[in-house]
Design a protein around this ligand. Sequence first.
Ligand SMILES: C[S@@+](CC[C@H](N)C(=O)[O-])C[C@H]1O[C@@H](n2cnc3c(N)ncnc32)[C@H](O)[C@@H]1O
Length: 310
Amino acid sequence: MIAAEQFNFFAELVRDSSGIALKPGKEYLIESRLNELSRVIGLRSIDDLYRKAKFSMTPKLKDQIIEAMTTNETYFFRDLHPFQALEKEIIPKLGTSGKKIRFWSAACSTGQEPYSIAIILAEKFPHLAAGKAEILATDISQQAIQKGMSGRFTQVEVNRGLPVTLLVKYFKQQGAFWIINEKLRRLVRFKKMNLLNPFVGMGTFDVIFCRYVLIYFDQGTKKQILEKLVSVLNPGGYLFLGATESAIGLPSSMKRKSFGRTTCWQKDSGKLTRSIKDEHGRRNSKGLSGRGQRESGAVRPGLRRVGAGS
Ligand SMILES: C[S@@+](CC[C@H](N)C(=O)[O-])C[C@H]1O[C@@H](n2cnc3c(N)ncnc32)[C@H](O)[C@@H]1O
């Protein structure tokens, strides 16, 4: 078992650099991930890594430790319903503005999330995919970003969430890998970015996916990141969190919005005229269009999931 002194050192380093909070009880996680890192970089054990990090830390070593402590679990069309909401409700609405639609997959991991958005654009909105939409995909992990950029996925990865019709249409098999086609790759711009840093020089977005990353942060960090996300969201824009993630800390300018079986958060557009309460007493916004909550959760054949995944 890792010594308390080492646990505290690595937990503090990881929290200060990435926001990831490793509370007591996560000793096994630090130990297994950092023992593996030690082996990869030619050290004998986590004890050596501790001494090196404590007395002769380099930016590269720090990045390697953070990288080792990130959890990059992801798959195509994860949770499905947010992508159905994009396809059926959100993109058609945003598409009428004539302006370029900007998506941000914040904490995109190895790219399955932004590529799922790109596939929807190519498949259902080719006119938008041809220059009227762009997707920024960012993550703290350089390795994850590089893999995303390569657009190269294993059989196991494409089996998770990607319908086979879309696989054969948008990917080419090359040996043991599947390579995403150039058109889709060009829709997504990958960039290494730490959510703890200021969000500068990135413009504003119509849709932000920030899913399954805030769960790793403490409440204060989560609140700060949510505020920054909202600050780069256009009026009327949408924020998706992970299905199990709470929205505690979201500014009051964000209104809960349900599309079928998914819930997201919409930024006040200034045009919202009144609020209604649903039968459960929760507040829902009703816009000028007069549409309240939509209950349809029908699954589009094109986006039916195959293989593993929830
Ligand atoms: C579990 S994955 C989620 C991927 C994707 N959003 C999804 O839902 O499938 C969490 C990702 O958050 C990234 N991450 C963790 N801390 C981060 C930070 N401070 N800034 C940016 N990305 C971070 C990790 O590298 C990892 O790729």
